[in-house]
Design a protein around this ligand. Sequence first.
Ligand SMILES: [Zn+2]
Length: 264
Amino acid sequence: MQYQGVLTKMQTELGKPIQYYLVFEDSFLNMNQLLNKEIEINFVGFECLNCHKKKKIYRQGFCYECFYSSPAVGDWIMRPELSTAHLGIADRDLDYEQKVQLQPHVVYLAVASEIKVGVTRKTQVPTRWIDQGATQAIAIVEVPNRYLAGITEVALKDHYTDKTNWRKMLQNAGENFDLIAEKAKVESLIPPEVQEYFYAQKNDLYELQYPVLSYPTKVASLNLDKSPSFQGKLVGIKGQYLIFENGTVFNIRGSEGYVVTINV
Ligand SMILES: [Zn+2]
């Protein structure tokens, strides 16, 4: 059976284990059902997720022009503390930025390898954690806009990393931590204007289970620019990565905007 479409990050469903779906325009694939099966991925071309033209992808699924003009990829996405919609100040498109920035955001601690701090819109819980391959996560504060979440993250970056070590995450080389105890420790570290939003009582610890049959001891990343055709046996899915038997890993999110055929 052959599927064809433009790659976008896999959709997920919280479960034990998490369910993953690759969604194309007129079909979708439940990736969990492909575990232990040979699949073939072939690069066909590009399609920018924003303008839909067949232009080479520059970053995050966008062509060069869209990456530097679309409000969906402003600097405040990666650096929430640069958000200015709460002040009525535009970066690229104030309407868009108000819609995205002026809504409840959560600052969290998550473990994919070490404990990391991060920011997400509340509607993206637990999707964001699944996308990072976190095995544990807990919200620390819920604030009314992205800026307040950003300055909280900045304050906590002195104590925790804000990056996921994707190799360790894929090798399941992380440890377990007591995130409830860790959360209690950070209360005094968050900025004064965020103190009132600290989740003092709420201790909703998420523990996430991924569909992985075996973890690789060595990982090599599949890059469709260099290897436009790949075949292998799928042995796991974690974060936004497909894990193959020979240690090849394929970051679906890193290949957004790539048009592929998938043979199963
Ligand atoms: Zn474009």
